[in-house]
Each structure stands twice: as C-alpha cells, then as structure tokens.
Design a protein around this ligand. Structure first.
Ligand code: ACK
Length: 961
C-alpha cells in the first residue's frame, strides 16, 4: 500500500511538470513501467486538477480499447491488465472529469508512456520448454525438476559409502516469505537458472564455514564446485559459496553483477550459496562435479536430513537433473507461481512466459491480434505423413472479413462468402508433392489485406513404415522412432536394425559412437551414457581409486580379515602374510625353531650378523648417493623420531629406543584384545632374562603406514620418558607400566603390563548391567589415581590428549592406570572373544570414532593440547564414572557426530554435560571446574586430586595404611 502511494506521488510530480493546457481541456503525460502489476496506481487525475475540481467523478472515454486501465471512484488511473511495451508503448487516454450531464465537465488528455524494463516480458524459449505435470490432489514434493545427488566418498572410518539423495521440497524449508526472502531466484530467458540463498540453519552454517575455510580458492575468493555435463550440450553447472566477511566480501560485487538483488534481499547471511546451471528440459541430464583439488581434509557433511556422516575424502559427486514440469497453471522452480496466460496460451514452466494461440498477443495473451491464421489438423507436423488426410483452416481474428480465400499451390482458390470467418479444406491422401505452401488471404471492411502461410511437408511415412514407397515396416525396439530413410533411430546405448542389440563392449552413446577409454582397471562402461561400472576392488568415477585399507570387493563393501600386519588385496581380500604368520587370515604361526637347533644356529647367526653389518654400511653409503630406501613409510617415521626426541628433549635421553629393546624371541603372542585406528593390542607372555614369565599386553602398528608408525613411536617415547624419570616409581605410578620394546623390521611391539581387569569403561558398563545405578566400587579411587597420573605428566610437560575411561586400565590390585599415549585421538575398542567371533573384528573399523565429546573448547577450535585440556577431558572421565559409562553428548541426537566447529560453538555458549542423577552437587562442581572455558581457570591435577580426596571419606586413611 505504502509503495503504491509512493508511485502515485512520484508520477504525480512528473505529471505536474508536463501539464499543458489544451484548447478543450488539460493534457498530461505520465510514465509507467511495462512490468507494472495489475492494481498499480498510475496517477490521480483529480489531484492533477486540484483545487479546481475536488469532488467530481471520472471515467475513461477512449484510448483504451483492450481495458488495460480503469478509474475507480477516487479518480486514480490504475493498471487493470498486464501491459506489454512490445505491443503498445503509448496510450492516449481521454478521461472525463465530472458528470456526463454536467455541461461544464472537463476532458483530460492523459498520455501514458509504457517504459521498457530489461528482461521483461519473459521470452517463451522452446529450448527449455518443460513438460506439463498433471494435477494431483496432494501437493507434489518435486520441483520443476527432480535433482538427485550421488556421492562416492571415503569416511573417516575407512569405509567407502555410496550415497544417493533426491532433493525434495519439504515445507517450510523452501517457503519463500516475500518480506523475508531466503533466496533470490532468476530464470533467465536464456534458460539459465540461478538460485542464490543465504545459509540459514546454524548447523548448515557450520558445515558451509568448514567447506569454505578448507576449500576456498584464494584467487577467486570463493569455494566453487564445477559440474560438467558429458555430452557438452550444456555449459558447466556451478555451486559457489560466498562469504560476506573480511576480504572475501569483495567477491560479492561479482555476485551482485549477476544478481543485483542479492545484497538487498540477503544482507544478514554470513555465507551465501549460488547454484547456477542451464536448465535441461528434454531428458534427464547428468552433471559430474569436481571438488577443488586441495589437501585431504576431513569434512563433516550432512548428506541427508537425518544423518551426519564424517567424510574424509569425496571421490565423485554427480547430480542428475530430470525435468518434471509444473501443473498447467503454475510455473517457477517451486511451481508456486500462478500463470497469467489467457485464451488457451501455454505457460512456460520455467519463467511463466506465455505462448499465445493465433489471434492473441501481449504478455498474458489477452490483447487481440487482428489478422488471419493458417493451421492444420492434425496440428503436429510429425503426424502429417504420406497418404494421410489433412484439413487446412483459415481463421479470421478480431476483424470483419469482406473476402477470405485459401490459395492452394496448384493455383486453385477457395473463397468464402462475405462475413464468414473460417475456411476448412481437407486434402485426402496427401503425397510428397504436396509438401508446399498454402496461403490464407483476408480483406477486411477497411480494405486492409492480411495473409498467413502454412507449409505442408508430407515427407514421412505413416508410423512404423519406411522406404521409398513406405511399404516396409520398422518394428523398432527400445522405444526407438522410425525414420523413412534411416529406419530405426536407436536411443543411446542400442544398435542393430531394430535396436535389438546393446552397444559392443568398449563403446557407448548414440550409434555406439563413443569409445569407453576412461574406465580403468577392467571396468565396463554403461552403454547409454558411458558411466563406469567398476570391478571388485575399485571405485571412483573412472574406477581408478583402490578400496581403502581393510576394504575389498565390489563397491568396497567387504571387510578384510587379514591379521598380524598382513596386506589385504583390494580385489579379493586375500592376505599377504608377514613372517612368522601364515594361513588364510595370517593368524597361524609358522613352526618355531626347536631349542637344540638354536644352539647350532648361534655361530651361524653371528656370521649372518657380520654380513648384515657390512650390508648396513653399504646401505648407508647408497643412501648418501640418493638411493630411495625401500621401506619408505617406516623410514620417514623413524626420521620423525628425531623430532619426537627433540620435542621431548628435556626428558628423553638419547638412545632410549635401544635401551628398552627386547627380542621378539622372548615374546609369545596370544589373542587380539584391542583394535584402534593406528594400533592393535595382543595379549602375550614375555620370558624375562631372569627366567620369569609375565603376562603382557603387546601393542603394534595396525598398518605399515606413516601415521601408524608415528603413533607407535610417540607412545613408545612417552612411556620411556615417564619410566626413565628419576621420580618415577612403578609401584606407585598410575601410568601403565612399560616392560620393553621390540623394534625389529617385521615386528614392532610396545610391551606393557597386562591389566587383568581391562578398561575402566568396560568395568563401568559391566557394573551398570549387574547393579543398575549403584556407583562403581572404587570409582572415586580410580579417579584419584588418574588425577595423580595427570600430575606426573604435568611434571614431565607431557600431554596425553585423550583422557577417557576407555584409556584407563584397571590392574588386579584395583589400581587405575592411564594408557594409550599415541597421537591422542586413536580410539581403541575391545575385541571380545576374538577367536570365536570373527565378525566382531570386522566391525571394529565401523566402531572407530573421533572422541570430540571429550575435547576441550581450545582443542576443538585450534587443536591446542595442554595439561589443562587433559584436565577438561578428566572432567568428562568423572562424568563417565558417575554415569557408569554412558556416552557423553551435549543434547541433540546422541548418535550424531557433531563437527569440531559446531561442538566448539555449543561449548562457547556455555552448554556443558548435564549433572548425572546420582552425582552429588560437590562432585558436579569438580566436573564443572574442569570445563572452565578459560584453560588457566581450570584446576591443576594437584587441586583436582585434593578436591576428590575431600569427597572420598576415609580415603586418606586407606592410602596411608
Ligand atoms: O576393556 P578391555 O578388555 O581392555 O578392552 C580394551 C582393549 O584392549 C582396547 O583398549 C584392552 N587392553 C589394552 N591394553 C591393555 C593392557 N595393557 N592390559 C589389558 N588389557 C588391555 C582393553
């Protein structure tokens, strides 16, 4: 309302400037935009004349034969029907002011100039004409098109996932509030669709921010994914992410160049997405998208509405777009806009442009177009074929005819009598020679002559017929069409005279004309569009990516069963064992050397040693000359050891690795008890030099890659550092005891004391099962033990990085000991009854996770691990004890794995784990103090220990005894 008043005001001002007093009345001139909506006020005629004629009624006398304007009682000229600059750009309205019977009435001559607006009226572009969807009772969930997103990706758990999701239209997500728009959509006359929207939901902002941060192309200032269509009929589609912050804001100017409305409509969004592509309308079209090539980044992506999957690497992204169309009277990508087309005109589903029937014109096809038209029945040229009967129609539109005639190509003329507005002439058994022009001619009562021509091309045979005389049949299969000369015109992927055969191997597409060279590793090519069907062990759009470690087979859906560092074939899962292991799964040990033989072999071994020393010297020399060592991964990790030593320089003493060296001959391995991302733990027995046999837990690398080795050596170095410290006392320490290291080429183990009661997490969950909510016996004492372990680490300036109940082990004497000093983010899971149930082990990879919910806010945001961040995790450990081993989570779906940034934001908002029902206020206070946002405000391990001791009656006495 306010807007239209403004229009009136502005136009009024412009009118007063062009007031000219004429001989019989007043002349005024106004402008109105061609896209002014019906109901728009143009000018108030009474106001123009004020103060002379205040209360007089007004009426349009002439100048508007097609009713584009009307004048209500207040004398305002209002747009009544859509204007169209291209049809009429000026109206000369004569408006009477005053009663007809009043001899003093005035006539105002109002010139209304229609001004052109760029891009209006919309053009009916047949290249992107969409199908018309039939009406249905229920509101359809489809857009004007259906879009299906398919993703092949490797998850952080090492699985390959093939995800498919069809974009649908759930309300209210796509509701467009005109006052608060979430999106700017333009459907250009060039069939280009652009949808720009501000990222709205908080969770989406977090994901988009992560994508932007990791993948932003600094040169372009945006994160951009281009999607290529294989036949190259369509230009590349684009998915682009813009930031409204900092230096990236400049990039928005480029966006405003394309969509000027953007910053007006979406000013408050930190991130703006633009999806743009040329609309494919005839058939389903596939776009293959490419992520910008950068480093491998872990990105949390919400691929469907219910689940959040953490993906490590996106291999392929394809988008299939299939035109669906809107119901007949709707248009737009949401099919939510009403068509204005009249008089049988067809409405363009894409931009609402009207395709007028004969005799009509204007943006809504509601302005008569006087003249004559020539049409046929049947109307579709493909239905006009040799020997068919065709009727030609001449029709007069909005005129009075004096003569109407039809001129045939053979010179014959059919003439109607005066006043008749139609001629229909049927031609029987039409032959190819009839493929010429017929003309309708009209002379009207003003002696104007109009004509229209139609070409009849009867070059085709009737359906399913072909040949010179149309006497052969086609009998095409696969819905192929039958051409008079070419016979069956097969769809892509098919060949043969009747399209009865698939394209031969190695070819695909229309007429099998394309070669399938892209698909690798024995993959075949889909005959229709060349999509690669990968063989077992491979994935990716070209089938060039092998399944990740521990996965094999078709679509990488099988889990490897190889043990003991064996290499698993990505194709068939067969295991390549390392010595001394053998068997299908490399879990059978080859025969050990009998004792007497050892004695015989000792001199031989010395000889061998000598050879090895010489070899080592030669090897070192070769390295000097730049020969690449064979075991690259291990060697690189060993080089990093120097760094580990440097990091721990204050505490670790050179030569630490060899000081703890134990030979594998003294170790007998038992069953597998734990699997992590980087390592695995096996129970075993160690024969000490003193003749003692002790139970050990032997930890080795899970794979022979750099990350596993780094993890392994870091843990070894830390344990050595702890154990070589002069204040360390195994008898009183709460850190798992190191018993030795095996550092041989084929076998590497960290040997630790075997904690008979297993992990604290297991004990907690077992207690919960057996005794319900009753607190765990010794629970508080275990907490005190771990606070002491943290104290010890603090003294040595070592951070643990993953203090959690799963990493605390309980000894026979009920002492809790902190274990797992790897990279801090390796989560171990127990393996139950390994020998009985192989499936358990297969599932291990799926159970692995990044323990975000134990991490402090600064770790989540910046990866800043400190003694204080360990204290935060310790607070979570206290919570685990109080809840008897529940999984900590901060609201929402407990199975959702939030992203780092999202979780950090939750924590910054002050949200913390809730107080467990059985937990005392004082105990919860301790936890909350550990979760102080500011690390320096968290208690030291020493303070935590003291506070816990105060909450544990009788504890001090017990420890003194
Ligand atoms: O609860 P559990 O039986 O005890 O299952 C876990 C699993 O490995 C993953 O950490 C077990 N585990 C790890 N190290 C040791 C160890 N030194 N002594 C006994 N069990 C261990 C742990």
């Amino acid at each position: 309302m306010a807007a239209s008043q403004k229009v009136v005001f502005l136009l009024t001002v412009s009118c007063l400037l062009c007031l000219v007093e004429g001989a019989r009345g007043y002349n005024f001139s106004v402008h109105v935009a061609t896209n002014a909506k019906p109901g728009t006020a143009v000018v108030n005629v009474r106001n123009l004349l004020e103060p002379e004629k205040p209360e007089l009624p007004c009426a349009i006398l002439e100048g508007d034969p097609y009713g584009r304007f009307y004048v209500p009682t207040n004398c305002t000229v209002v747009v009544a029907r859509p204007l169209d600059w291209s049809v009429q750009f000026e109206y000369l309205l004569n408006i009477r002011v005053g009663q007809l019977r009043d001899p003093d009435h005035l006539v105002v001559h109002l010139k209304v100039k229609v001004t052109h607006v760029l891009g209006y009226p919309p053009v009916y572009n047949v290249t992107c004409e969409t199908p018309v969807r039939p009406y249905s009772e229920e509101e359809s969930n489809e857009f004007l098109f259906s879009a299906t997103l398919s993703v092949e990706a490797e998850t952080t758990a090492g699985d390959v996932v093939f995800l498919k999701s069809t974009l649908s239209k759930p309300r209210p997500m796509w509701d467009m509030d005109p006052n608060d728009p979430n999106a700017v959509i333009t459907a250009g006359n060039d069939c280009h669709l652009r949808v720009v929207f501000g990222v709205h939901a908080l969770s989406d902002v977090a994901i988009a921010a992560e994508l932007f941060q990791f993948y932003v192309n600094e040169e372009q200032g945006t994160f951009r994914v281009t999607c290529h269509e294989q036949s190259e009929t369509f230009p590349d589609g684009l998915f682009e992410l813009f930031s409204t912050y900092g230096k990236y804001k400049d990039r928005l100017r480029h966006l405003e160049g394309i969509l000027p409305d953007v910053m007006v409509k979406l000013p408050n969004h930190p991130l703006i997405v633009m999806i743009s592509f040329v609309f494919p309308t005839k058939r389903a079209t596939r776009f293959n998208c490419k992520l910008p090539s950068t480093r491998d980044r872990e990105v949390t992506m919400s691929l469907d509405l219910d689940a959040v999957t953490t993906l490590k690497h996106l291999e392929t992204i394809t988008v299939d777009i299939n035109p669906v169309g809107c119901p007949p009277d709707r248009y737009g990508i949401f099919c939510d806009r009403h068509c204005i087309c009249e008089n049988g005109a067809r409405c363009h589903g894409f931009n609402g442009a009207c395709k007028c029937t004969d005799g009509w014109q204007g943006v809504a096809c509601d302005i008569p177009k006087p003249g004559v038209s020539a049409t046929t029945t049947p109307s579709d040229p493909s239905d006009i074929y040799i020997s068919a009967n065709v009727t030609i129609h001449c029709n007069v539109h909005h005129l009075e005819a004096t003569t109407l005639s039809l001129l045939s190509p053979n010179g014959s003329v059919t003439v109607s009598s005066a006043g008749v507005s139609q001629i229909n002439k049927t031609i029987m058994d039409i032959q190819p020679k009839d493929g010429v022009a017929y003309m309708c001619e009209l002379a009207d009562t003003h002696e104007n002559v109009f004509n229209a021509t139609i070409l009849l091309d009867a070059g085709n045979c009737s359906p399913n017929r072909k040949g010179e005389r149309c006497d052969e049949t086609c009998e095409c299969l696969q819905g192929a069409s039958c051409d008079r000369w070419a016979g069956c015109v097969c769809p892509p992927g098919w060949t043969g005279t009747r399209c009865q055969e698939r394209c031969p191997d190695g070819t695909y597409g229309k007429d099998c004309g394309k070669n399938c060279t892209r698909c690798l590793n024995g993959a075949s090519c889909a005959p229709s569009d060349g999509t690669c069907n990968c063989t077992a062990g491979w994935y990716g759009s070209d089938c060039n990516v092998p399944c990740p470690t521990y996965r094999y087979g078709l679509r990488c859906q099988h889990t490897c069963t190889c043990r003991n560092d064996a290499t698993c074939s990505n194709v068939d899962g067969s295991c390549q064992c390392v010595s001394p292991w053998a068997g299908e799964n490399c879990d059978e040990k080859t025969a050990t050397i009998p004792e007497p033989l050892v004695e015989i072999l000792v001199p031989l071994a010395s000889l061998l040693l000598l050879v090895l020393i010489v070899a080592a010297i030669l090897y070192k020399k070769r390295r000097l000359f730049g020969v690449v060592p064979e075991r690259v991964e291990e060697n690189e990790a060993l080089l990093e050891l120097a760094q580990v030593e440097a990091d721990l320089a204050d505490t670790v003493r050179p030569g630490w690795l060899s000081r703890w060296d134990t030979t594998s001959r003294h170790l007998t391995l038992g069953k597998l008890i734990g699997l992590g991302r980087f390592g695995q733990v096996v129970q075993g027995t160690l024969h000490t030099p003193g003749g003692e046999i002790i139970s050990v837990a032997a930890k080795s690398v899970r794979r022979k890659d750099q990350q596993c080795y780094r993890n392994f050596y870091r843990e070894a170095a830390i344990l050595v550092t702890v154990h070589e410290d002069e204040h360390h006392n195994n008898a009183h320490s709460s850190i798992i005891q190191l018993l030795g290291l095996i550092n041989e080429t084929s076998q590497k183990y960290i040997l630790m004391e075997y904690a008979t009661k297993g992990s604290l997490l297991r004990l907690l969950r077992q207690a919960q099962k057996e005794n319900g909510a009753a607190p765990l016996a010794h629970g508080m004492l275990y907490a005190v033990d771990i606070a002491r372990a943290l104290r010890e680490l603090q003294r040595l300036a070592i951070t643990h990085g993953d203090v959690a109940a799963r990493n605390v082990l309980i000894t026979t004497d009920h002492v809790a000991k902190l274990a797992d000093f790897g990279l801090g983010r390796d989560a171990y899971a127990p393996v139950k009854d390994v020998d009985d149930d192989d499936k358990n082990r297969e599932n291990m990879a799926e159970n692995e996770f990044i323990p975000l919910n134990w991490m402090s806010v600064e770790v989540l945001e910046r990866g800043e691990y400190t003694c204080q961040s360990d204290v935060w995790s310790f607070g979570v450990l206290l919570w685990e004890i109080a809840t008897l081993g529940q999984e900590p989570h901060y609201g929402g779906n407990p199975h959702d794995n939030p992203s780092c940034l999202r979780l950090a934001r939750t924590l910054r908002r002050g949200i913390r784990l809730r107080r467990p029902p059985e937990c005392s206020g004082e105990m919860y206070d301790v936890m909350m103090s550990c979760w102080h946002e500011n690390p320096s405000e968290r208690p030291s391990p020493d303070e935590v220990e003291t506070r816990l001791l105060r909450l544990t009656p009788g504890f001090e006495m017990e420890t003194v005894v």
